[in-house]
Design a protein around this ligand. Structure first.
Ligand SMILES: *Cc1c(COP(=O)(O)O)cnc(C)c1O
Length: 432
């Protein structure tokens, strides 16, 4: 029977060959080679090549967001530059006394100043913030939520499920389209319930239109139990003082977004929001409001599991200081994108097209994204290319993420930092 089978190349030979073109550590290439020889002994080299490629493209890497979705959930929402030099920080060390300190002290003070809250704490994301508030303030008790606000935000965040996990019980009040103050007060007065809180939830990613009525935080604040508000999107103040001098007026898509400062002055006992949506900071969740309630959250056993890392706090602090200094439109990428005038996008697009010798300048509509301002668009300018070049642009050294509609590829420049225009030119030139 013995036909002379050609031996597959040795694992070492394959790994070395892969190493000539790959920056992956040798041990990973050896693993690819080993798996390839087992899976496809007759085609080991090209199989190993594919495994190594797959491994490399799966690595986290920086990309250029040409999609026009300013807070792109798949691209990490608000873009951040990493701060810090590698030295340790005074994360839990009081430089005044030399004693142990709290990691929350600095950001808490800044958030309180910006929102008018008595106190604040930071956790890993807004889902954690909502969970902690419910567990700390309403475990084994009832929380009244409007039927129109018992929502799913996406990524597995559903109000009834979070409520159940926290140990609080959801009491639905009102109807899907109309909920009045009376619906909440009836639920509070009912002897069947033991209502600890009312909760407002911003239905971030959809809008109900027509015959609707919602009850405001100000109205709920007149009831006998505290009102907590999951405002989600994280707008600090709906007058947007940081935009003064940059845009003529607050953009219309922001007008209906709930804001932390206004919710607190309307009487919210606590507000919960994401750090990486309209705030423009790193992924985190913020709980701000009454000092006694924040303290109950801070001392709850779950807090230890939900506390953010030092790097997150450092990046958040930097963003909050920019709000205090009113330098948000230059320092915070998301707000820099929002504040960029159309004329400057247009001249960048013209220059990119001229330099790369491909494409044409077009008007586009950017989206805010991350469930903020659903249905609203922000006027923008970008570059259109005939055909679908999505794959080729993603394969560029620094991947450029575009959008293809009707066999035309679009690069929206509002979501691209001007510092990256040279990379866009190189990626486009490579298509010619
Ligand atoms: C986005 C959002 C959440 C989830 O926040 P994460 O920071 O993604 O955990 C919860 N509630 C509302 C209203 C939201 O908009």
């Amino acid at each position: 029977m013995a036909t002379s089978a050609t031996h597959p190349p040795s694992i070492d030979t394959i790994a070395r060959a892969l190493g000539a073109q790959s920056t992956l550590p040798h041990s990973l290439l050896v693993d690819c080679a080993r798996r390839a020889v087992t899976q496809a002994p007759n085609d080991a080299m090209s199989t190993a090549q594919k495994l190594a490629n797959d491994l490399e493209t799966a690595l986290l890497t920086e990309v250029i967001n040409g999609t026009g979705v300013l807070l792109h959930t798949n691209l990490g929402r608000a873009p951040q530059s990493v701060v810090g030099s590698g030295r340790p920080t005074n994360l839990e060390f009081d430089l005044g006394t030399g004693e142990r300190g709290s990691r929350q002290t600095s950001v808490s003070a800044l958030i309180s100043l910006l929102t008018g809250a008595e106190a604040a704490i930071v956790v890993n994301n807004n889902a954690a913030a909502v969970m902690l508030v419910l567990a700390a303030l309403a475990s084994d008790r009832d929380v009244a939520v409007s039927r129109g606000e018992s929502v799913e935000i996406g990524g597995g965040f559903r109000i009834p499920d979070v409520m159940e996990q926290s140990g609080a019980r959801l009491v639905d009040v009102g109807t899907t389209n109309r909920t009045r103050l009376k619906d909440y007060s009836k639920a509070i007065e009912s002897r069947r319930n033991n209502i600890a809180l009312t909760m407002k939830v911003h239905p971030s990613n959809f809008a109900i239109q027509g015959f609707t009525h919602t009850t405001s935080v100000a109205e709920l604040a007149t009831l006998s139990v505290p009102v907590v508000a999951d405002i989600g999107s994280g707008l600090i103040d709906n007058t947007c003082p940081w935009l003064h001098g940059h845009v003529d007026r607050v953009p219309s898509w922001l007008v209906n977004e709930p804001a932390a400062r206004q919710a607190i002055s309307d009487g919210a006992a606590l507000v919960m929001f994401s750090g990486d949506k309209l705030l423009g900071g790193p992924q985190c969740g913020i709980i701000a409001g009454r000092a006694d309630l924040v303290e109950l959250c801070a001392t709850h056993p779950l807090m230890r599991a939900l506390r953010p890392g030092g790097h997150t706090l450092l990046m958040l602090q930097s963003v909050l200081l920019s709000y205090c200094a009113r330098t948000v439109c230059t320092d915070v990428s998301f707000w820099a994108m929002v504040a960029t005038p159309l004329a400057s996008l247009e001249s960048r697009a013209t220059e990119i097209v001229r330099r790369s010798g491909i494409g044409s300048v077009v008007s586009l509509d950017s989206l805010v994204g991350a469930g903020s301002a659903p249905g609203s668009t922000v006027p923008s300018v970008g570059i259109a290319l005939m055909g679908d070049h999505g794959t080729a642009l993603r394969a560029h050294d620094t991947a450029v993420i575009s959008r293809t509609v009707n066999n035309t590829t679009y690069l929206d420049l509002r979501s691209v930092s001007p510092h990256d225009d040279d990379i866009v030119v190189a990626a486009l030139t490579a298509l010619c």
